[in-house]
Design a protein around this ligand. Structure first.
Ligand SMILES: C[S@@+](CC[C@H](N)C(=O)[O-])C[C@H]1O[C@@H](n2cnc3c(N)ncnc32)[C@H](O)[C@@H]1O
Length: 268
């Protein structure tokens, strides 16, 4: 049975999560964290960005993530700042009340199964006047390369049967206005909301690592299939996915990886 999930990915995540890291910089710019701000990092992964945030403020920084492996990793490497702490928590099930000036959530929102429940908790966790920023892949065509690779998996006789059982876990809205409405119906005022298409060149190897750092935790996660995943399926899936990325490479061997991303800032 496949055991692919974020807890297992924690050891290599920080090195391979290139696209998440570059997008986080844009989100941090938009949020402009001030010295003294108390910050919640929602879906913090291995905590490398929480630790960066802890250098921007003397306030308290709390990173929460549902994957115990990620929090274990964060605790091992997050000791550089004494104002940052980490806890295993589901974004749909945490309790803070008027404690944070800022909620930062990078590349995690697409994983939240019930965003209304999450946003109600976030609204409650913010101080009056506090702000929340998310960055996440958006739209069904969230990454044109990965969506194209899916076609290969769907049409290959070895993978097609099992892949037809896959149910995507991701929350993707099609329009920036849909994201704004989601926040507004949970009490927020939205000041910035834009879906941006970002293209970056990577070698096939790096492009494959990028796929593994995020999307693979959906595509090959047993939780999103009813049938049991065999090692053969996992291996063939990876082989086909890598092949698809190679076919997308330009003459110089570089693959233009294209993501559609939502950047949203909302206020309490
Ligand atoms: C792609 S990683 C992003 C990690 C980090 N924010 C970054 O930008 O590098 C997505 C993270 O969201 C976490 N996650 C997914 N669903 C969650 C939930 N319901 N509650 C809390 N964290 C969740 C995963 O465990 C994973 O660590």
């Amino acid at each position: 049975m496949s055991r692919i999930n974020f807890s297992k990915a924690a050891d290599v995540y920080e090195k391979t999560a290139l696209v998440q890291k570059s997008a986080s910089k844009v989100l941090l710019d938009l949020l402009s964290i001030k010295n003294g701000d108390d910050v919640l990092d929602l879906g913090c992964g291995p905590g490398n960005i929480s630790t960066e945030i802890a250098k921007m403020t003397k306030g308290r920084v709390v990173g929460i993530d549902v994957a115990p492996g990620m929090i274990e990793k964060a605790r091992q490497s997050g000791t550089a700042s004494d104002n940052v702490t980490f806890a295993v928590r589901d974004a749909a099930d945490f309790e803070f009340s008027s404690e944070f000036d800022v909620i930062f959530s990078n590349s995690a929102f697409q994983w939240f199964r019930d965003p209304d429940v999450v946003l109600k908790r976030c609204f409650k966790a913010l101080k009056q006047g506090g702000r929340m920023g998310i960055q996440a892949p958006a739209t069904r065509n969230f990454c044109t390369n990965f969506v194209a690779a899916e076609e290969k998996i769907r049409s290959n006789p070895v993978t097609s049967g099992v892949f037809s059982d896959y149910r995507s876990p991701w929350l993707f809205l099609e329009d920036a206005k849909d994201y704004a409405r989601l926040f507004e119906r949970n009490g927020f005022r939205v000041s910035h909301c834009q879906i941006v298409q970002e293209e970056t060149l990577y070698s096939v190897n790096k492009a494959f690592q990028i796929y593994q750092s995020g999307a693979e935790n959906g595509y090959l996660n047993q939780d999103y299939y009813q049938v049991s995943l065999s090692l053969d399926y996992v291996e063939k899936f990876r082989e086909l996915f890598r092949e698809a990325l190679s076919e997308q490479a330009r003459e110089d061997g570089m693959v233009p990886i294209v993501f559609n991303r939502i950047y949203l800032i909302a206020h309490k």
